[in-house]
Design a protein around this ligand. Structure first.
Ligand SMILES: Nc1nc2c(ncn2[C@@H]2O[C@H](COP(=O)(O)OP(=O)(O)OP(=O)(O)O)[C@@H](O)[C@H]2O)c(=O)[nH]1
Ligand SMILES: [Mg+2]
Length: 429
């Protein structure tokens, strides 16, 4: 089974909790706080691997969760960080956010990586909260939750050369003769049901070749294998039209215009790709009889062409060299355009009314609130101080929040009092 699309769930590991602990030593009965920080959760990372050529693995396993960070411990011991989870995908995998359809990354070279879900930060232990006025903090931070989301993967093979032709033209035969690939070959149409990739290896050069299922007239309407596989030649640098010189019904001339039309209907840019034409089955008398006629027609096309017999390896060395001559000038690999990512800036703070509540949008305050247990008195006063220093009360006044109105900060609900001086009081659980 060949799978080139998949939707998977990824979640970074949760951060470990910070620890609440106090030193206990023989001769120091009232030791200071020594609760260590929690470890960071592992990230989920995709890595492009050149030995893979399908997304089949994701047909069976769809959930990927990285390891959690360990909790902090006494004696200021830092919790262990969770291990990153590395998922291997084929080179040429496009990674999208399944909800927004935004392209996250295009993995075009072996070893390229992208983090798709970050692990949560570890919470700080109580020793981090000690100050001269608060020598015995009885609170610590919880670990941050790891990011989670659904992502959509789509494989678009990256090969140097793409073979296109009608069914039975001899594409797979050619691939099997010039590379070490072993595609299925048959004297019936649609032998090839999914793309095959092979490598041409010579002393001073090498390149990759992709063979795709045959195209027929009306493929754009879904006939035959349809256009389903054309995306796998979108990112090749050079196309070879394989035409069966012996075919009486779909003559090379007719096959050629069918191919052009189907490519254009799929994506007109495919017609701008550099192109070579190979007339196949020159070993057969039917082809030989028409050779002069075909030559006259094809020389008007202004593309390099060659007569070959894929089956008997006639002219294949010349074809291999002709491909290389044309390929070596083309250096860029077509890549999907990545839109500039709009990161929510750390410092944007704003307030919005939703129903009866105001909601505070501030990445830092929300993240801190969610990491603390604010029902603990010390933690709460630490947080309120933080909010005041960060200028949140000013933002509330600016937005004309009224006395007694409610404000949501992360998972918590506060009530606002404007007099005698502005302040926020946490509502009970
Ligand atoms: N005589 C002769 N037969 C050939 C030649 N090349 C391919 N064939 C035959 O043509 C038939 C089709 O070959 P394939 O390589 O499977 O053709 P394909 O283009 O991959 O076909 P699809 O996968 O169906 O699109 C097979 O029976 C091959 O043996 C050739 O150069 N000469
Ligand atoms: Mg084939």
């Amino acid at each position: 089974m060949f799978i080139d699309k998949a939707k998977i769930y990824v979640k970074g590991g949760d951060g470990g909790n910070g620890c609440i602990s106090f030193r206990r030593e023989k001769f120091t009965p009232k030791g200071g706080p020594d609760g260590g920080d929690g470890g960071k959760g592992g990230d989920v990372i995709l890595e492009a691997d050149e030995n893979l050529d399908t997304l089949l693995d994701f047909y069976y396993k769809r959930h990927f969760i990285a390891e959690k960070g360990s909790h902090g411990r006494g004696k200021n011991q830092h919790g262990k960080n969770g291990k990153d989870l590395i998922i291997k995908v084929p080179v040429g995998t496009l990674v999208f956010d399944a909800e927004t359809n935004e392209l996250i990354e295009d993995l075009i070279y072996a070893g390229q990586r992208v983090i798709v879900a970050r692990g949560g930060k570890g919470g700080r232990g109580n020793s981090s909260f000690a100050t001269s006025t608060r020598q015995t903090p009885y609170f610590a931070e919880k670990g941050e939750k790891g990011e989670e989301r659904w992502i959509y993967l789509e494989l678009k093979i990256i090969a140097d050369v793409g073979l296109v032709g009608l069914p039975n033209a001899g594409k797979s035969t050619l691939l099997s003769q010039i590379t070490s690939a072993h595609p299925e070959i048959g004297d019936y149409p649609f032998t090839t049901k999914f793309p095959n990739l092979g490598v041409v290896q010579r002393d001073d050069f090498s390149y990759t070749v992709a063979d795709i299922p045959g195209l027929i007239e009306g493929a754009h309407l879904g006939k035959g294998m349809g256009h389903e596989f054309l995306r796998h030649i979108e990112r090749t640098r050079l196309l070879i039209f394989i035409l069966d010189g012996s075919d009486k019904i779909n003559s090379p001339e007719r096959a050629y215009s069918i191919l052009e039309r189907e490519l254009e209907l799929y994506n007109p840019k495919l017609l701008n790709k550099k192109r070579l034409i190979a007339i196949n089955k020159i070993d057969l008398p039917e082809t030989q009889e028409r050779m002069e006629e075909i030559k006259n027609w094809i020389s008007q096309k202004n593309f390099p062409y060659i007569f070959i017999s894929a089956k008997f390896k006639w002219n294949l060395e010349d074809l291999i060299n002709l491909i290389w001559e044309n390929l070596k000038e083309l250096i860029e690999i077509p890549q999907m355009e990545l839109k500039e990512k709009e990161e929510l800036k750390e410092d944007i703070i704003f307030l919005e009314k939703e129903g009866e509540y105001w909601i505070l949008y501030d990445k830092k305050s929300v993240s801190l609130a969610n990491r603390l247990n604010l029902y603990d008195f010390q933690a709460q006063s630490y947080f309120i101080n933080y909010i005041r220093r960060r200028g949140i009360l000013k933002v509330l006044r600016k937005n004309k929040v009224k006395d007694g109105e409610h404000i949501k900060i992360g998972d918590y609900l506060f009530k606002y009092y404007s007099s005698p001086h502005s302040q926020l009081i946490l509502e009970n659980e």
